[in-house]
Design a protein around this ligand. Structure first.
Ligand code: LLP
Length: 461
């Protein structure tokens, strides 16, 4: 008997997963909010994405693979653009960037946030207009700043006094006058994992509001007159569901905007509230549609501008996860199924922490479903793990899978579009999976699978 077949071992030792996780009525059912919008389970049992069967996709592209629903991605770009009409929507490239995605972002009329020379290079290689880019980072090198200036990047988000000095010197040398924003640390405790919260005081990003550094930075840039101070920026963290953090951030940043006006008579043109909008990884997550977010955020901005007697600056936002996260699932093949008697069933797949580090790094929760067939077997509480030499190599901590899950089965883990391929590693020299875009029944590889030859090519010793 497997340790956690539903109904078995009632009241016995053995892990039962989190309290909210219940054996599903139908282990084959898909919870729509977790899956890319075109995903269905076909009558015969296999999942389809973009009109293509995972059986065919696995045969053609192998596993593991990130399968990207191109229509879903485009529809989320459109949702944000429509909901935040009048604002500039910057797609945060750190969530996932490759040339094909850059082209989609461009075609859908979005802006693009890059935060390293590498991301800038990908965006430029895909022909993205530099003036629609923003350049972030707490430690941009002189060479990165130079490249951004040469390319004509639309806005550079300043993060330290040293960076103000560096960019001012470069701008003087080149005779350019780049648009800049000041990144403000507003002192909000975002309700998210510590490593992905970014607006509390004790951290590396931005200029502290409370300590006066943000005001001083704005005044320095204005008084020097070399850089074009265009606005203020705040990003409070990631995977946030509650708009109260944005409310506090907006109030504090607009108070600063009013102080700058009072000190220098300048009303800054732009207010960037960053990204961080949460998505559903499990049935417990209930993200707001872009339209609801926009309504709430616009209301907050209007109210705070009225309170400070400010003209309404142009709004910008920088969603990454909420655009690409739900558009992808990872397709794995099961290799071994191990019952650790009375404790837990481990289902090992052919990837792991090298293609999704989020579970190990942030204790993130994911879901999974049997992808290549349906099953009449009862639900079994399982832990989906990878193939790495590390016991923390967990992909999905707890999920009910059919009790007949077996080697050779395909397994799909949704919500892996953001911060999975972009944070992938070669740990244990496991090559990184490809990203395959699927649309109208056709698939195309947009990032090819890494090979052992690729790994050996770097090893020049
Ligand atoms: N803007 C700025 C300035 C950011 O630092 C970030 C994310 C974003 C926008 C986009 O945030 P999003 O909408 O994607 O949540 N690796 C972590 C997330 C780190 C986010 C870093 N900055 C994770 O896997 O959850």
């Amino acid at each position: 008997m497997r340790a956690h077949e539903a109904g078995a071992l009632h009241g016995d030792i053995g892990n039962r997963g989190p309290a909210w996780l219940r054996p599903p009525q139908d282990v084959n059912a898909l919870v729509p909010q977790l899956w890319p919008r075109t995903v269905r389970r076909a009558e015969a049992g296999a999942l389809e994405i973009g009109g293509a069967s995972v059986l065919d996709l696995a045969a053609e592209h192998g596993t593991p693979a990130y399968l990207l629903d191109e229509d879903d991605l485009r529809s989320r770009c459109r949702d944000f653009a429509a909901a935040f009409a009048g604002a500039d929507v910057y797609y945060a490239g750190k969530s996932f960037l490759c040339k094909a995605v850059v082209k989609v972002i461009d075609e859908e009329g979005l802006f693009l946030d890059v935060c390293s020379g590498g991301e800038l290079a990908v965006a430029l290689a895909a022909g993205f207009p530099a003036e629609r880019m923003g350049f972030h980072g707490n430690n941009k090198s002189v060479s990165e700043l130079t490249r951004a200036l040469d390319a004509g990047v639309g806005r550079i988000i300043l993060d330290s006094f040293q960076e103000i000095d560096r960019l001012t010197a470069l701008a003087r040398e080149s005779g350019k006058r780049p648009k800049v924003l000041i990144r403000v640390t507003v002192g909000v405790e975002a309700h998210t994992h510590e490593f992905i919260a970014t607006a509390h005081e004790d951290q590396k990003f931005g200029f502290s509001l409370a300590g006066g550094a943000a005001f001083e930075a704005a005044i320095r840039v204005l008084d020097e007159g070399v850089l074009d101070l265009h606005g203020l920026h705040s990003h409070i963290g990631s995977q946030i569901f509650d708009t109260s953090g944005f409310e506090v951030a907006t109030r504090r940043v607009l108070e600063l905007q009013a102080q700058i006006r009072d000190a220098r008579g300048v009303e800054l043109a732009e207010l960037d509230l960053g990204g961080g909008f949460g998505i559903a990884y499990t049935t417990q997550d209930d993200p707001s549609p872009a339209g609801d977010l926009a309504k709430r955020i616009n209301k907050i901005v209007d109210a705070e501008c009225a309170a400070e007697n400010l003209r309404r600056p142009k709004l910008s936002i920088e969603p990454g996860r909420a655009i690409v996260g739900p558009a992808v699932f990872t397709l794995y093949e099961v290799g071994t199924v191990k019952d650790v008697d009375g404790i837990r069933t481990y289902v090992s797949v052919d990837g792991g922490m090298s293609d999704n580090i989020r579970t190990a790094l942030y204790d993130a929760s994911y879901s999974a479903t049997l992808a290549g067939r349906k099953s009449d077997a009862p639900p079994l509480l399982a832990r989906v793990v990878g193939k790495h030499c590390e016991s923390g190599d967990i992909v999905v901590k707890d999920e009910f899978l059919p009790a007949d899950v077996q080697p050779g089965d395909l397994l799909a883990v949704p919500g892996t579009g953001a911060y999975c391929r972009s944070m992938a590693s070669n740990y244990n020299h496991v090559p990184r999976p490809p990203v395959v875009a699927v649309r109208d029944g056709a698939s195309r590889v947009i990032v090819r699978r890494e090979t052992e030859d690729d790994l050996l090519a770097l090893d020049v010793g």
